[in-house]
Design a protein around this ligand. Structure first.
Ligand code: SAM
Length: 339
């Protein structure tokens, strides 16, 4: 699959119509005798169709690998594959506690790049980092923003104090979460909507521009700017950020946000909640995602682990909003302790 994706075989098969083996092979610069072996192993999985011998067309499952569809999401996953091959060697060659050091993650080891974190390696690869962030935005429907915390119920409070940002999305990538919230609320209720991420992500190869969103480069290890240039926000939001780190690092990232929060501010986490135990027949996704995080130096958390982490930085859980039908997907609503 990776060879076919990287060599753009999926883009050369027409969306309406067919292409012969020889023709496709010449477009991607391969021997037909090589291409057919790759195509056969995907055909048996329903990827492409072969209406007549050695003539191919797209199937529903093959179109997603086109550049204009889900390819970036596929590439995002495949970028981590070497760490899955090498994790067993990693465990043979490392001290047990090394896994907690993001400079020594299985991912960094598999790339021969110990001493650099997953995100440092990602941002150093400019072309790939653009694909990665696009893939993350495409993945949004699998980890929804809406259908849990009722953003639209904030209307009255936000309209009463519109100088306070409605939502500050910290580590918000390309802003897909804010777009979802604005779709649900018909905009930002007249208050600023702020997107924060690293400068190279927001203003790199393909700068982020979203109507109604203030793009604010910010390294989340530094003091939170929405408190300095603007009053404390109604909502600070972090989606799929905490699972990239173990607790010590999370505390370092959370402290500046906690310091910026006011008595009515909420800090929301859009993340998975691991079941406390694994039972036969359970949904595999949270457990695989947890292993995926292990590769890059992070972890998913059970409700107990979330409580411990949040309490340790002075936050209390107001409510865990779970997604109906997929209760491991959740938005955790928190506020300052004692407010
Ligand atoms: C797993 S992605 C989640 C992106 C987005 N929240 C979403 O749900 O699609 C983690 C994000 O954290 C950002 N990030 C990593 N280190 C950061 C830092 N030091 N300061 C700000 N953002 C950072 C990455 O660039 C990336 O966009």
């Amino acid at each position: 699959m990776n060879a076919l994706v990287e060599h753009r075989a999926f883009d050369h098969v027409p969306l309406d119509g067919t292409i012969g083996l020889e023709d496709l092979a010449s477009k991607i610069g391969w021997e037909p005798a090589v291409l057919i072996r790759f195509v056969n192993v995907v055909l048996i999985q329903g990827i492409f169709e072969e209406p007549e011998p050695k003539v191919y067309k797209h199937s529903a499952s093959s179109t997603v690998f086109r550049e204009d569809a889900m390819r970036a999401y596929y590439q995002l996953g495949s970028w981590s594959v070497p760490s899955w091959w090498k994790v067993s060697d990693y465990l043979k060659t490392h001290a047990p506690e090394d896994v907690y050091d993001p400079l020594k993650s299985p991912f960094s080891y598999s790339r021969g790049a110990e001493g650099q974190t997953y995100y440092q390696l990602l941002e150093a690869d400019l072309a790939f980092s653009d694909v990665w962030h696009k893939g993350m935005a495409q993945a949004a429907p699998f980890n929804p923003v809406l259908g849990m915390f009722p953003f639209r119920d904030m209307k009255e409070a936000v309209e009463a104090e519109p100088d306070r940002a409605f939502v500050v999305d910290v580590g918000g990538g390309r802003g897909n979460a804010l777009v979802d919230v604005m779709r649900e609320c018909g905009g930002g209720f007249g208050a600023p909507m702020v997107l924060q991420d690293l400068e190279e992500v927001l203003q790199g190869e393909d700068p982020v521009q979203i109507d109604g969103v203030q793009v604010m480069p910010h390294d989340f290890y530094n003091e939170q700017p929405v408190k300095i240039s603007l009053p404390d926000a109604h909502i600070y939001y972090m989606r799929k950020v905490m699972h990239n780190y173990y607790d010590d690092k999370c505390r370092t990232i959370l402290r500046p946000i906690v310091e910026a929060m006011g008595p009515t501010s909420r800090l929301l986490f859009g993340d998975m909640i691991l079941p406390e135990t694994a039972q036969p027949g359970d949904d595999a996704l949270p457990f695989y995602m947890d292993l995926r995080m292990l590769m890059i130096g992070g972890t998913e958390r059970s409700e107990t682990q979330w409580k411990q982490l949040l309490e340790s930085v002075g936050l209390v859980i107001v409510k865990i909003w779970r997604l109906p039908g997929a209760p491991h997907q959740a938005t955790i609503e928190t506020r300052l302790r004692g407010k």
